[in-house]
Write a protein that binds this ligand. Structure first.
Ligand SMILES: [Zn+2]
Length: 89
């Protein structure tokens, strides 16, 4: 049986750790320690946040969105406002 971390198969997680660590420019071991501690990098806040803050996304390797619910919502709202503004002009 494959090992899992937070319900994610280890080999699949390994890839996201490698990609994530190189994206952030940190050591993969450091990245993995954060993940194992229940943290996830929030791409919008540019910070480590508890996994509970992230909404589900089946298209991602770890099954979660790349940003937390809160900033994702703000981001979506800003994008909508921009769209509305463009439509109005
Ligand atoms: Zn966030």
């Amino acid at each position: 049986m494959a090992t899992t971390i937070h319900g994610v198969a280890d080999d699949r997680l390994e890839l996201s750790i490698r990609l994530g660590a190189s994206h952030l420019g940190i050591d993969p071991y450091e990245y993995r320690r954060k993940v194992e501690a229940g943290l996830k990098w929030c791409s919008l806040d540019q910070d480590w946040e508890p996994r509970e803050r992230f909404g589900p996304n089946v298209n991602r390797a770890d099954g979660l969105h790349t940003s937390c619910r809160e900033s994702h919502r703000d981001y979506a709202r800003a994008a909508m406002a921009k769209l509305r503004k463009r439509r109005a002009s």
